[in-house]
Design a protein around this ligand. Structure first.
Ligand SMILES: [Zn+2]
Length: 320
């Protein structure tokens, strides 16, 4: 792991049992208000995060404006962009926060979002539909940016946040959340640039929930070795009518759910971007979700599915 800027935040206790006020129409109205801190934390010998009193929090889902708490608070903002809140920390994966991306357009036109304060932005790899520099520049309130090793210099030019380069098997601790860097089966270079870095996934281990974000990947043996996640944010498609190598299609994503023993899956990386020539209702745009649900029912029947359209609506999920 290489820090491009020294990260010196002292350890701050994460408020346990802090209530979150939810507005289902606006994911960003109540951003995390606790500063991030990086620290070393003892880990259990079985690799699971040590549980604390945070596990006392019971998930509650009530109506608009209600005060609720849940171990996993997540919004799929589209493509691989996930707003994940665990143990009082807020994470954003592969932020693409705009409606046009080269030859791609966002199908629902809701990409122009201001995410507000973020404890850590994490990039899985350097492809333009994952590491989007204009979106990065918009993240002025991010504290830390985590990138594949080799991309730090590229990213540091566009952010005031601390930047840390990681590679598989590195580990970070942010508040009470332990983040493990996981290998992926995908190409990692940046198109038209000589910048390269390994494709990565991230395993977030909070005291009361574990969430796996694989980035872009095909099936990978590591999926059978990780602790069973409470939630897997599995990619199930791409941005065009065909899928290139190094991706999960709906059937392989279902197999990934089985390998992972995932307790729940929120499918991502589908139905968000398409070439500008694509009709919004083209069959392939929305078909992956149905195909995944059907395949998962066959091969991973114990896995709960949370199939949602991309957008800022937040899901409050239990662990286990
Ligand atoms: Zn990619």
């Amino acid at each position: 792991m290489r820090h491009l800027r020294r990260v010196t935040s002292p350890t701050a206790p994460t408020p346990v049992g802090d209530a979150v006020r939810v507005q289902f129409a606006d994911a960003f109205a109540h951003a995390a208000d606790t500063p991030p801190s990086l620290s070393s934390r003892p880990r259990r010998s079985d690799g699971r995060s040590r549980r604390t009193g945070a596990s006392d929090r019971a998930p509650t889902a009530t109506g608009r404006g209600a005060v609720v708490t849940a171990p996993i608070d997540v919004a799929w903002l589209g493509h691989a962009t996930v707003d994940l809140r665990l143990a009082g920390r807020r994470f954003l994966t592969d932020p693409v926060l705009r409606d046009r991306l080269a030859h791609l357009r966002r199908l629902d036109g809701t990409g122009n979002l201001d995410p507000g304060p973020i404890d850590a932005v994490l990039y899985s790899h350097l492809h333009h539909d994952h590491l989007d520099v204009p979106s990065l520049r918009r993240l002025g309130a991010a504290e830390l940016v985590v990138v594949p090793r080799g991309a730090g210099r590229l990213v540091a030019r566009h952010t005031r946040a601390d930047v840390v380069e990681v590679r598989p098997d590195d580990e970070l601790t942010i508040g009470d959340v332990h983040v493990r860097v996981i290998p992926a089966d995908h190409t990692g270079g940046r198109t038209f640039r000589r910048v390269a870095g390994p494709p990565l996934g991230y395993l977030f281990e909070a005291p009361d929930a574990t969430v796996y974000f694989p980035g872009d990947t095909d099936l990978h043996p590591v999926m059978g070795e990780l602790p069973a996640p409470d939630l897997a944010l599995l990619p199930i498609w791409g941005w065009g009518p065909q899928l290139g190598p190094g991706h999960l299609d709906p059937h392989r994503a279902a197999e990934a759910a089985r390998l992972l023993r995932a307790r729940a899956v929120l499918p991502v990386h589908w139905g968000t971007f398409a070439p500008v020539t694509t009709r919004r209702q083209a069959a392939w745009v929305h078909a992956p979700a149905d195909a995944f649900a059907g395949a998962a029912a066959e091969v991973a029947p114990d896995t709960r599915l949370h199939v949602v359209r991309p957008g800022p609506a937040r899901l409050l999920l239990p662990a286990g």
